[in-house]
Design a protein around this ligand. Structure first.
Ligand SMILES: Nc1ncnc2c1ncn2[C@@H]1O[C@H](COP(=O)(O)OP(=O)(O)OP(=O)(O)O)[C@@H](O)[C@H]1O
Length: 848
């Protein structure tokens, strides 16, 4: 891991401090907040923001209980850094504490887990349900228990009793009363009531009749009740394991239970050899048996009570429960009893086998035979698309999928066709470029967030599709990349489209910070979060070697860098264009090409992207690259051995499925954005060759030494480090001095590069200004409104379209006139016409 560095005073991007569910303030990336409106008080839809919930969660933060009687720190200024105000000598260790994996800190809800403990796997399965993972490194995992995580726990069916019992079981010390009290307070009110759409009627349901009676005494809720149903309705609760998820051999719940038993058996076997001095095997057996006995007991509790509410008053009830009564409603859809909405003929293809973690995630959604709304978090490249498709195949009703860009829309459509047997006529896309219609009663529609949330006047055909979407009920709504979509958009989507269940998909809840609450209410609680390192050890995603390469600035570049103090853009351009960074990039490309790797070089800065790519005669794609050229470059990268490296601007950060790529080099990035770092890493996690023996993918960040890049780089790595990735620091690339044709070895070349850099306008130091589809429609409308004309429309392709020649897929909008002038073919292609003609012919031959 890189050593800690201090932020240069001039960076001007101080991190905010916000209060999270626990009392310790958490700092977040200011740049991560771009375009974010979550948590804002203004709400054009007129729905109250959930501030009371905030207060409630703060009130219920663990520290409130733990701190009650804790003496304040006294004395010197440094002792608080070592938490000397806390006397831990009273902690009573259980006699067999070595067998138990977790330490609990009652003061802040932190749970520290030893991964080398014999009962680690069981404890992990449990903890992921009740706590937020903070960091999961090789030997130690850290979680936090807070109001949100307990809400999620209760939503997937855990009770206060389950949580306290298992925490006690896995804890090395006796469970403090403050934690029990905290859990009690939260589970008392959270996840107790569900909103269920059954036979197309809405019911508020709970297994606790008293809670419903209390709710019915509320003046607002009582008015929303359907009059005929005076009594509470009581029926048998749906049982776990009744549902078979396509692509699995058995019902989800059953499989999960079986997996636990198998794990326990495996551990028993492996422990037989190790003669544990503490009698570990017996102790663990006892634990497993104890858990099983308890599970049997739980099966007996199976009654649910409900009352019906008026379907037109759902929003009022939700708002009342969520905001004013602090009893958030979870949503469940009894799709198997939905006779009103037409069924959809869709199943996974017979050869498809979903992976265990995909099934695990889905079992959290369908565990009680209904569809629970919520969010599934899986690493980039782990197969979120198939999770969404399997959910649609399980529910078998009309589904709507929302994506951040038209490029993803087309990819989702292709994936539906690839994984399921859906009739291609039953799947339609709705983007600014394509407005397909569904011809049958049930079907799948895939669209961009911006298309459905657009507030301005629509074209006739677009309005027709929108009317169709809003006039009917949907069985499932899949919300892709939920962490990047502003809450405001979710509000509009969920209020416009009537859906029985919602599934949010994301690789990271990095934007959760104080915004997780919005997702909790607008979509549902987090249902499952996979462990990156574990999936990579198991070969589901690639193993990656991460390295930060320190490139010293040349004297002439560094003195200009110092002179440019205060000019952030110029400094950024100088550090990106540092000739030694260029050389490092050239060396690494050469090294990895010789190893047979396929390399993607990322640069947010377009000037640098072009300079590097043209300097090394490599193809590049950025926002203004035309559709055909993009297709050609990507096809060559995938299929032509002569094209082993491509340069991409940030348009390649997400959605790009290039399983050929095995090496990534970053030359310029978006400040300290942890999300971008994770998304970029995701481009190589799906490497096709990941299961080859000894295979490693490589991820390099080239950083100019003693510049702002050093600070941002370590900030960017924080999330991945928490996922267990180790970043090596490389200060010297062995053999670079002897590399033939190394660029910028002469003073003259370096000076001429410096002159070119200094002649660039200030905006050349900017990162590329791309308006993704998520916001592009808004921007088009806004710019038109300002009389700025129509700007430049560009089309971008998808990999799936390469084989089939799909139509336009991805609309972008260039604001600057320079961008408009630059639109069209890049210099690389202008310079290399002949070579490209040959490559095109080769690619065409391959595609045919
Ligand atoms: N069960 C499975 N069996 C075989 N291949 C799978 C399975 N699940 C996913 N894949 C493959 O894994 C790759 C990554 O899947 P996908 O694009 O859905 O990942 P993702 O999680 O959406 O990634 P990102 O967040 O980076 O977009 C795809 O090539 C997909 O075909």
């Amino acid at each position: 891991m890189a050593p800690k560095r201090k932020a240069p005073a001039s960076n001007g991007r101080a991190s905010k401090r916000v209060a999270s569910g626990v009392s310790t303030p958490v700092s977040i990336d200011s740049d991560d907040d771009d375009n974010y409106s979550m948590g804002s008080e203004s709400d054009p839809e007129g729905r109250a923001a959930p501030q009371k919930y905030d207060k409630m969660v703060e009130k219920f933060s663990m520290s409130t209980y733990a701190n009650k009687n804790r003496p304040r720190a006294s004395g010197d200024a440094a002792s608080h850094l070592f938490r000397m105000d806390r006397d831990l000598s009273g902690l009573e260790l259980k006699p067999d504490h070595r067998l138990r994996p977790i330490w609990l800190d009652a003061a802040n809800g932190k749970v520290v887990m030893e991964t080398f403990s014999p009962s680690f796997k069981q404890a992990q399965t449990f903890l992921i349900n009740i706590a937020e993972p903070q960091s999961r490194t090789t030997n130690v995992h850290e979680y936090t228990i807070n109001g949100h995580s307990l809400f999620a726990a209760v939503s997937v069916g855990l009770t206060e009793h389950d949580i306290i019992r298992d925490l006690e079981l896995f804890s090395k010390t006796k469970l403090p009363e403050s934690i029990k009290e905290f859990i009690h307070m939260n589970t008392q009110s959270f996840g107790k009531i569900r909103l269920v759409l059954k036979h197309n009627r809405y019911f508020v349901e709970s297994s606790d009749a008293a809670v419903l009676q209390r709710l019915l005494r509320d003046e607002v809720v009582s008015k929303c009740r359907v009059e005929e149903t005076e009594e509470l309705k009581t029926e048998k609760a749906a049982k776990m394991g009744e549902l078979v998820i396509p692509g699995t051999k058995d019902a989800a719940g059953v499989r999960e239970a079986q997996a636990n038993v198998q794990q326990a058996q495996k551990r028993d076997e492996s422990d037989e050899d190790s003669d544990d001095e503490f009698g570990g095997r017996d102790a663990e057996k006892d634990m497993t048996e104890y858990l099983r006995e308890e599970d049997d007991e739980d099966d007996e509790v199976d009654q649910v009570h409900s009352f019906e509410i008026d379907g037109n008053m759902i929003q009022q009830v939700q708002e009342r429960c969520n905001v004013h009564l602090a009893m958030p409603l979870t949503e469940e859809y009894d799709f198997r009893n939905d006779e009103q909405n037409a069924g959809l003929d869709i199943d996974l293809r017979p050869n498809v086998q979903i992976r265990y973690y995909q099934e695990h995630a889905l079992s959290k959604m369908f565990g009680n035979g209904r569809a629970r709304s919520g969010i599934i978090v899986l690493p980039c490249g782990a197969g979120k698309t198939l999770v969404g498709i399997t959910a649609a195949c399980t529910i078998k009703k009309s589904a709507i999928v929302l994506c951040t860009s038209a490029m993803s829309v087309v990819q989702w459509k292709e994936e539906f066709k690839k994984w399921s047997n859906i009739n291609p006529d039953d799947i339609a896309i709705f983007t600014s470029g394509e407005k397909e219609k569904l011809n049958h009663k049930a079907g799948i529609i895939i669209c961009t967030y911006s298309m459905v949330t657009q507030n301005t006047r629509r074209a006739h055909d677009s309005q027709q599709v929108m009317d169709f979407i809003t006039s009917r009920e949907w069985g499932l709504m899949v919300l892709d990349e939920v962490h990047v979509v502003p809450a405001e958009m979710f509000r509009r989507v969920t209020s416009k489209i009537k859906t029985h269940s919602k599934l949010g998909l994301t690789a990271t809840l990095l934007r959760e910070d104080d915004k997780i609450k919005d997702l909790n209410f607008l979509i549902g609680p987090k249902l499952y979060e996979a462990n990156w390192l574990q999936l990579s050890e198991e070969g589901h995603i690639a193993r990656v070697q991460c390295a930060e390469v320190w490139c010293p600035m040349t004297t002439e570049f560094y003195s200009e860098y110092i002179n440019a103090t205060g000019k952030v853009n110029q400094q950024s351009l100088l550090s990106t264009m540092n000739p030694r960074k260029f050389q490092a990039c050239q060396f690494l490309i050469d090294f990895h090409e010789k190893r047979g790797d396929k390399i993607i070089v990322f640069s947010d800065n377009v000037y640098a992207l072009k300079k590097y790519a043209e300097g090394m005669t490599k193809p590049y794609i950025y926002g203004d690259t035309g559709q055909r050229e993009r297709e050609m470059v990507l096809a060559n990268f995938q299929m032509n051995d002569a094209v082993s490296s491509i340069f991409l601007s940030k348009i390649g950060d997400t959605s790009l499925d290039l399983p050929e790529a095995t090496c990534l080099i970053q030359i310029s990035s978006h400040y300290g954005s942890r999300r971008q770092e994770a998304q970029r890493l995701g481009r190589i996690l799906r490497a096709k060759r990941r299961n080859d023996e000894g295979f490693n993918a490589f991820f390099y960040s080239l950083v100019s030494k003693d510049t702002n890049e050093m600070f941002y780089s370590s900030k960017r790595q924080a999330f991945l480090v928490d996922q267990g990735y180790a970043f090596k620091v490389i200060t010297h690339l062995n053999g670079i001095d002897k590399m033939p044709n190394l660029a910028f070895t002469s003073q003259q070349d370096r000076m001429s590069l410096l002159t070119d850099v200094l002649l660039q306008s200030e905006t050349a130091g900017d990162v590329e200004d791309i308006k993704d589809d998520l916001f592009s429609d808004r921007n088009v409308a806004r710019n038109k409104g300002r009389g700025k004309g129509t700007g430049v429309k560009r089309q971008a392709g998808t990999l799936s379209s390469l084989a089939g020649g799909e139509h336009m897929a991805y609309m972008e909008y260039a604001r600057g006139s320079k961008a408009a002038r630059d639109a069209g073919r890049s210099q690389f292609f202008k310079k290399n016409d002949k070579a490209q003609e040959r490559k095109k012919a080769a690619a065409r031959a391959m595609l045919e």
